[in-house]
Design a protein around this ligand. Structure first.
Ligand code: ZN
Length: 484
């Protein structure tokens, strides 16, 4: 059914397209391209690629080579990551009223334990609210606190999960806990990784425990029995090191100094193979650039294709780009991130900017043969548009039907088989068309915002709250270390 719709879109498009360059590019991308093969190489052969890992280094060279082979001018651009954190392995043992080995994984930035592990009593932390910690009182101190979570069903749940974690972790620090144990928010003993909310400042051992194992612990604890937890967290830590973005470029024919930049992050978590997050859209960037060269499409403005790195750990690669190219940002017309998986694109988030909304609405109205789209004018934190937004550059994030994005998010199950390949190809055509129109329509004018404008945006939206759920980021912004 989907295939049929896709094919018919292609034909309708050919009949009704007004712009032959866009028509050519869309057709090219909907036709036979190596996008699936590229994605298989990235996910199945290279695999999960947390920044700082060997697989991540391999993926940088892989991306570089893909652009080179396509004839796209490309470079590896170095930046400094603040520190290294990689998990070697983690394990846990429950003893006391029951004995079993729950599945656990360390949160990123978790403190490691001694080789022989760290032992403590496990206590029932409820949902980790202020009331829960008040009820625990002195009982939280020096113990492992197990926090119950709601099952994650969608992206709203994900934002809540992030926001809750900041409060829970603050309370845990204040209570002087030995360590924090989150119940996995996904059933079927699925594990995933998040960042500890204090990022590199985190100093507590923190793990996610399989949902079923954590529920078992809670049932026992709530039956007035005691449990003790032995947890071993074996990690590799280190100081600052060099990582790289991969930046491809097709020079503009009329206004080479003006830039439209589109990107997806190359790094992923190590548990799965980073397929929906975000290998599929990395493959999309490469496919679009390759088709543009192959079809000899010459955009009027320069188009850059970014494979960002260090995204999952704090958006470090795109931040480094905005610092390196600060003097060019006045001429950056638009910065787009594609990072919400492979569900069909439904429109774009336009960043709380009526000018970007207006321009994008007009563009999407000219692309009705590719679907019906709704753009949403809210600013979002959490992917590589962020530093562009805080530097005042007009920015877009592709919005998608959620499909299976949330349940597999950052999890062991984010693998090639979860990618909606037909939608991915259709999404490539949409992203390419929007990008090319932004590059070719010289009437589009999205002036860069001043610091004052950006502060107004922060005040008039929930940006502060969003930024606080990635704690490092909020302080970097107010201290003037990040953004304009
Ligand atoms: Zn992502």
């Amino acid at each position: 059914m989907r295939k049929f719709i896709l094919i018919s879109f292609t034909f309708i498009w050919v009949l009704s397209a007004q712009n032959s360059e866009i028509d050519k590019l869309v057709k090219g991308l909907l036709g036979d391209t190596p996008i699936e093969e590229d994605l298989k190489e990235l996910c199945d052969i290279i695999g999960g690629r947390p920044t700082g890992s060997i697989a991540n280094i391999l993926s940088i060279d892989w991306g570089l080579e893909k652009f080179q082979k396509a004839g796209v001018s490309v470079s590896k651009e170095a930046f400094t990551m603040p520190g290294l954190w990689l998990e070697n392995e983690s394990s846990a043992k429950i003893s006391g009223a029951a004995e079993f080995d729950p599945r656990v994984v360390a949160l990123t930035f978790s403190k490691g334990t001694h080789r022989t592990g760290l032992r403590g009593n496990l206590v029932d932390g409820g949902h980790g609210t202020m009331d829960d910690f008040a009820r625990l009182g002195e009982n939280a101190k020096g113990n492992f606190v197990l926090v119950e979570t709601d099952e994650l069903l969608d992206i709203d749940g994900l934002f809540k999960e992030y926001a809750d974690a900041v409060l829970i972790e603050d309370l845990a620090y204040k209570a002087g806990v030995k360590g924090l144990v989150y119940m996995s928010s996904r059933p079927m003993r699925l594990l995933y990784r998040h960042n500890a909310s204090r990022s590199f400042e985190n100093s507590l051992p923190m793990v996610v425990m399989a949902r079923e194992d954590a529920k078992r612990c809670l049932r026992i604890l709530r039956n007035d029995k005691s449990l003790s937890l032995l947890v071993k967290i074996n990690i590799r830590e280190g100081g600052p090191y060099k990582s790289y973005n991969v930046i491809g470029e097709i020079k503009g024919s009329e206004r080479p100094d003006e830039v439209v930049i589109i990107g997806a992050h190359l790094d992923s978590w190590g548990l799965g193979t980073g397929a929906n997050d975000n290998g599929c859209n990395v493959a999309m960037m490469i496919d679009i650039a390759r088709q543009m060269i192959k079809l000899d499409i010459k955009p009027k403005r320069t188009i850059r294709f970014a494979l960002w790195n260090g995204e999952e750990l704090g958006l470090y690669g795109s931040m480094a780009y905005t610092e390196k190219y600060e003097s060019q940002l006045d001429n950056h017309v638009m910065a787009m991130s594609v990072d919400i998986g492979s569900g069909p694109i439904t429109g774009f988030f336009t960043g709380g900017r009526p000018d970007v909304l207006d321009a994008t609405n007009k563009i999407m109205n000219s692309l009705t043969d590719l679907g019906m789209f709704t753009n949403i004018d809210i600013p979002l934190v959490g992917t590589d548009n962020f530093d562009f937004m805080m530097h005042g550059v007009g920015n877009l994030i592709a919005n998608h039907e959620p499909a299976n994005y949330a349940p597999n998010y950052h999890a062991e199950s984010d693998t090639y088989d979860k990618v909606n390949l037909q939608a991915l190809k259709h999404n490539s055509a949409i992203v390419a068309a929007v990008t090319l129109i932004y590059a070719n329509d010289l009437n589009i004018d999205i002036p860069r915002q001043s610091r004052q404008d950006i502060e107004k945006l922060v005040e008039s939206t929930d940006l502060e709250q969003q930024m606080k759920s990635m704690m490092g980021i909020w302080y970097q912004w107010i201290e003037g270390k990040r953004g304009r």
